[in-house]
Ligand binder design. Structure first.
Ligand code: AMP
Length: 213
């Protein structure tokens, strides 16, 4: 297995588990959200266009998305853990037309826990993320990897969080059934610690996919 998608609500631990999974399978971890944030931080024309959507916690429109995803797929033909894409049925169909995914890891975390976790999330301008309780940097407020200051993401503010969770339930959750019908979904409880979830994902991927009725 080399081609993974990871799906879960905001602060389900998707990015953290995607990093670990990528390491275990020797493939890169690619997050469309991080790709977009890099464009914004660099002030590119695309970054300027997408910044208001990111700030409001809304999905970036399809026509701006497709080119990013095509570029990502071309750069990593050997496989990857794709995090943050697809988020709608349209995106799932677009991805299916370009890429044959091996496994879809779904992290299940109840909304109240997501909201609590988001409150402690911190990030540096290069996209390395931390949590003030669950994933602390060595020096408070400073990224371990590049020494940059850590801050709260704009879309981690409460109004944007509520919007992102409702978009997740309305638009992203339906694609789980789409992949379950293909026998590719491996669901895991994302509530326990980072280490426990990592072990649970590895065990699930060694066995059969979710039963689909
Ligand atoms: P994330 O870091 O995955 O939570 O993504 C942050 C933001 O990037 C989202 O709230 C969207 O504004 C944008 N984004 C990331 N991936 C997608 C996608 N597949 N489709 C549309 N917008 C996206």
């Amino acid at each position: 297995m080399k081609r993974f998608i990871i799906i879960g609500p905001q602060a389900s631990g998707k990015g953290t588990q995607a990093d670990l999974l990528a390491l275990e399978y020797g493939v890169p971890h690619v997050s469309t959200g991080s790709e977009f944030r890099k464009e914004v931080a660099a002030g590119t024309p695309l970054g300027k266009e997408i910044e208001p959507y990111l700030d409001r916690g809304e999905l970036v429109p399809q026509e701006l998305n497709d080119s990013i995803v095509k570029g990502v797929l071309e750069r990593h033909p050997e496989g990857m853990v794709l995090d943050g894409y697809p988020r709608t049925m349209h995106q799932a169909e677009f991805l299916d037309s370009l890429w044959k995914v091996d496994a879809v890891v779904v992290l299940k975390v109840p909304d109240p826990l997501c909201v609590e976790r988001i409150g402690g999330r911190r990030i540096c301008d290069n996209g390395h993320d931390y949590h003030i309780v669950y994933k602390r940097p060595e020096r408070e407020g400073i990224c371990d990897l590049d020494g940059l200051p850590l801050h709260v993401r704009d879309d981690d503010k409460p109004e944007a969080v509520a919007k992102r969770l409702s978009i997740y339930h309305e638009q992203t959750e339906p694609i789980i059934a789409h992949y379950a019908a293909q026998g590719k979904v491996y669901s895991v409880d994302g509530s326990p610690s980072i280490e426990e979830v990592d072990i649970a994902i590895a065990k699930r991927l060694d066995g059969p996919a979710d039963h689909h009725s």
